[in-house]
Design a protein around this ligand. Structure first.
Ligand code: ATP
Ligand code: MG
Length: 201
């Protein structure tokens, strides 16, 4: 095949692709508040959600973030985003669950966290809500999944919600519009590298 034939074939292939892509873009003509779930065992769930927080703030949207598990308030994301106009940042966790080992205490803390975070879902001035690590309170039964799903379903029609965390319950996946699972292929931690600022926190 000559170079000219190759160029001609490439052009035709790209033209076919353009038609297919244009047709699917035209078909996607609806707008609505989305429910996204970022789950799986790999690294990249919360940081993906924070990427969307940056996007939303760039569009002058209002964002509410609730971190359910993290007790630490020294993360880069909190330091950065809590200073941005339009961003409300709640750290609700009191440390990691396996350090507490008391079901009643975990349930009480999760319920208190939900009391603070759930008003985001009733506030139509908030365009994007991130419920970071919300899957754990659901998975361990600290919060009732039906109650949480009802509150999400009854949110303002144009409000987007992102839920992160491993082991997303089936009912949450079922209710979501977009679900991504991050695979754990390798993690530096297993090679003895401690959490690195800017990458892990
Ligand atoms: P990130 O906040 O970096 O996007 P994540 O939200 O996907 O991570 P979490 O389970 O919330 O994952 O973990 C938070 C912390 O644990 C981060 O410091 C992250 O680097 C680390 N981590 C995530 N996945 C793994 C893993 N598979 N092995 C070891 N550490 C992990
Ligand atoms: Mg996370």
């Amino acid at each position: 095949m000559t170079e000219q034939d190759k160029a001609e074939r490439y052009k035709k292939r790209m033209q076919r692709k353009e038609k297919i892509v244009d047709a699917s873009i035209e078909k996607a003509d609806q707008e609505k508040g989305l429910l996204l779930v970022l789950t799986g065992n790999g690294k990249g769930k919360s940081s993906s959600a924070f990427g969307m927080v940056a996007r939303a703030l760039g569009h002058n949207m209002n964002v509410g973030v609730a971190q359910f598990i993290k007790g630490r308030t020294d993360t880069g994301e909190e330091a950065f985003f809590s200073k941005q106009a339009g961003c409300t940042w709640l750290v609700l966790g009191g440390g990691f669950s396996w350090k507490v080992q008391d079901l009643a205490e975990d349930q009480a803390r999760a319920a208190a966290g939900w009391e603070r975070a759930s008003p985001f879902l009733q506030d139509d001035s908030i365009d994007l809500v991130v419920m970071d690590e919300l899957t754990y309170p659901l998975k361990y039964g600290w919060l009732d999944t039906d109650t949480v799903l009802k509150a999400i379903a009854n949110r303002p029609a144009m409000q987007h919600v992102i839920v992160t965390g491993r082991g997303a319950p089936d009912a949450l996946v079922e209710a979501a519009d977009t679900v991504s699972s991050v695979d754990d292929i390798k993690h530096a931690f297993r090679a003895g590298i401690k959490a690195q600022p800017g990458i892990d926190l």
